[in-house]
Write a protein of this length. Structure first.
Length: 163
């Protein structure tokens, strides 16, 4: 019984750690955009504003989804399995959306971001949310560990059976 209790506590700590990371990361991007708007450092291009607001809305919806998933895990104490159907995803598009969300952070550190080459779309069949989480974690860590005035290069290699 002591072993099961320890496993339960460890499981809850893992869930809490993951949830904290999944919420803090997009919050940082949202905060960055809001600070840029507050300081009037964003261009007043209606098309760009619409794209930024769309990116921010997607980030908020993902945070809501993360909270819902964590609450369900706490209730059921089962490991999370991806929900929904497998989808055909363009990983390059997921990177583009993620880089847009983190643009205020890269601007603040004056980091030059080189996006994936346009010739590679990085098509895969997978559950979307875990792929997004992986991309967000990669980009977030790249920004965190890149020094000011540094460079981040995002690249994909598309082989017959792997990306």
């Amino acid at each position: 019984m002591a072993g099961r209790l320890k496993d339960l506590v460890d499981s809850r700590e893992d869930i809490l750690h993951t949830l904290t990371h999944e919420i803090n990361t997009p919050l940082g991007g949202l905060k960055g955009y809001l600070e840029l708007w507050q300081d009037q450092k964003l261009e007043q291009d209606p098309g760009q504003t619409r794209d930024i607001i769309g990116t921010m809305m997607v980030a908020v919806l993902r945070m809501e989804n993360s909270l819902s998933n964590a609450l369900a895990l706490f209730r059921s104490e089962h490991k999370r399995l991806p929900k929904g159907e497998l989808q055909n995803l363009e990983v390059t598009e997921i990177f583009k959306q993620t880089l847009t969300m983190f643009e205020p952070m890269t601007r603040a550190k004056n980091i030059n971001v080189v996006p994936p080459h346009k010739a590679i779309t990085g098509r895969i069949t997978a559950h979307e949310e875990p792929v997004r989480q992986i991309v967000v974690n990669l980009v977030s860590n790249a920004i965190k560990y890149t020094p000011p005035d540094g460079q981040i290069r995002v690249g994909l290699h598309d082989n017959a059976n792997e990306l």
